[in-house]
Ligand binder design. Structure first.
Ligand code: ZN
Length: 232
């Protein structure tokens, strides 16, 4: 399975693939916390699933990789089925409830170190039944990790994927800065970090067509994460 590493050794961390060729990975995080679920229940927000991103990727037949939290999958099973059913999409792990795996990770509540492996294992169990292009790629909430967090994941045999191009789409109020942030930094082998969380990343779908056009102009081709990391 893509991303699988030897169990019992510290999880490797990758930011990007080889800087040869033309492939880049578009990755979309699907965060979900108890606070976000409460906002949905209270009607304070409409959706944390940006279906326009899926519409666009499907229409243009663009490969992408989705880092899913377990709670997002459980809240949006139909959308998860749609992602898993697309042969161009890969599924990856973004923890169960988007808690921090280190101290001082933005304002996220922190999981105790002895619960980290169980949290990630549970998330794989939630995602696995959906099938499709499953992986052993994992991304930490807020990209926050230290040696203790990496060691805690050793039993799972995962590859930790950070990324080298941060779109800055959470809580964005305009789409143009996202396009600039991506196109100014993207290179062959890049891993671009975006979000599919709608209410918390409302400009991403507006930025995406411009990002895709800019990639084409630069001769860069979106590919599933496993292909970007493997390309030599
Ligand atoms: Zn996240």
């Amino acid at each position: 399975m893509p991303g699988a590493t030897r169990m019992g050794t510290r999880a490797p961390v990758v930011d990007h693939g080889p800087r040869t060729g033309a492939k880049v990975a578009l990755t979309f995080d699907a965060d979900m916390t108890d606070g976000m679920l409460a906002s949905l229940r209270a009607g304070r927000v409409k959706s944390y699933a940006n279906l326009r991103i899926l519409d666009l990727l499907e229409r243009d037949e663009v490969p992408a990789t989705f880092f899913l939290t377990g709670k997002w999958v459980q809240r949006y099973p139909d959308v998860t089925r749609r992602i898993a059913g697309n042969p161009r999409f890969e599924l990856a792990n973004h923890t169960y409830g988007h808690a921090a795996f280190t101290a001082d990770c933005y304002d996220l509540p922190r999981l105790p170190v002895d619960e980290l492996a169980g949290d990630v294992a549970k998330t794989f169990e939630v995602i696995a039944p959906y099938g499709g292009r499953q992986t052993r790629y994992f991304r930490f909430p807020g990209l926050c990790h230290d040696a203790a967090a990496l060691d805690a994941l050793a039993p799972l045999g995962v590859t930790v994927v950070d990324g080298d191009v941060v779109s800055g789409d959470p809580f964005a109020t305009a789409w143009k800065p996202l396009v600039r942030a991506v196109l100014d930094h993207v290179r062959p082998g890049s891993v671009v970090i975006m979000h599919v969380t709608e209410a918390n990343a409302a400009m991403t779908d507006e930025a995406l067509p411009h990002i895709l056009a800019g990639l084409r102009e630069r001769g860069l081709v979106p590919a599933p994460l496993s292909e970007v990391l493997a390309e030599g």
